[in-house]
Design a protein around this ligand. Sequence first.
Ligand code: HEM
Length: 348
Amino acid sequence: LQLPRILSSQYLQSSRGNKIPVHDEHLFIVTHQTFELWFKQIIHEVDSVRQIFADAYLEERNMLLLISRITRVSDILQLLSDHFLVLETMTPQDFLDFRKNKPYLQNGSGFQSLQFRLMEIKLGMTDELRVQYNQQHYMNVFFGEEKEKLKRAVSEKNLFELVNGWLERTPGLEANGFDFFDKFKCSVQAMHEEFKAFGEEIEDEDEKKEHLLEYKRGVENFDSIFDENKHNKMIAAGDRRFSHKALQGALMIYLYRDEPRFHLPFQLLHALMDIDSHLTKFRYSHTCMVQRMIGRKIGSGGSSGYLYLRSTCSDRYKIFVDLMNLSSFLVPRDRIPPLNRKTRRSLS
Ligand code: HEM
């Protein structure tokens, strides 16, 4: 376990030059080291998952392994959010004892966490989606070997891209086969027409207007997936990420999750959403802690601090945001196009 090395790696800056150490600096260091160890484990898991996904054909026998590793990543992230509770036992005044105004923490900042950036990149975070601070690129604080590691990670396929490719191959999407999306579109259009016809019978004018408005909203909502141009515009605006085909694959797995061959893919999509949920909660826990520690002061890394961090808790930072939003396109069970015999057999 190399414990002598790990346990002797807490160098308190405040005790340099035979000064009396600031008590809470020990907690600050141990907390950060713990986080970094868990980041290392997450990267280890994400790399192995990416490797399995990278094959042109995903062996179904690997599904359980994938799900357990992805679940492990989200469980670690969940655990990390709670770590902040311990750090919050340090009062802001005690933190000030070794923060920027004393020459201890100086410009040390979370921006320098190489592993956090690697984790984000390998999961699927891209430059376009990031909020910039002071017009700075996040790589500017890294040099030499560390910068090379980041560049290499950017050049490799991330988990998001690999999942996107896998979803595009979902059985049942083939235009010359079951052609799920075309059938789904027809079913939704029929549902909307019935809804509209029902509204036209309503006698009360206000109620009728309200009903028609709901009809229009429903049509617009589904248009954003049926019309590929609209879908691509949403991608360009950063509001959607999956390719048109991958979105269809995810929807198909959602709707036909009771078919045996989709049981594990459905669980896998859920596990991916858990990663996003827990990563967002992690960001939010950190942001709340920062607010109570330094209020609106600027960060030691030069950002606006709390305000910058708050902006990283938004949907732009969710890698699999499309999976979360997929619920907008669920329809009642009797509207799900029935599978033909051949497709049912291939999904059994
Ligand atoms: C008293 C405790 C902490 C304070 C006051 C604090 C404050 C901040 C601030 C102000 C930033 C914005 C960047 C800057 O201008 O410096 C930041 C970023 C960051 N911090 Fe912390 N932090 C604390 C603890 C931690 C811990 C325990 C971790 C765990 C590894 C952590 C990880 C990060 C990361 C990864 C970023 C970059 C976030 C991003 O750009 O999305 N911080 N922190």
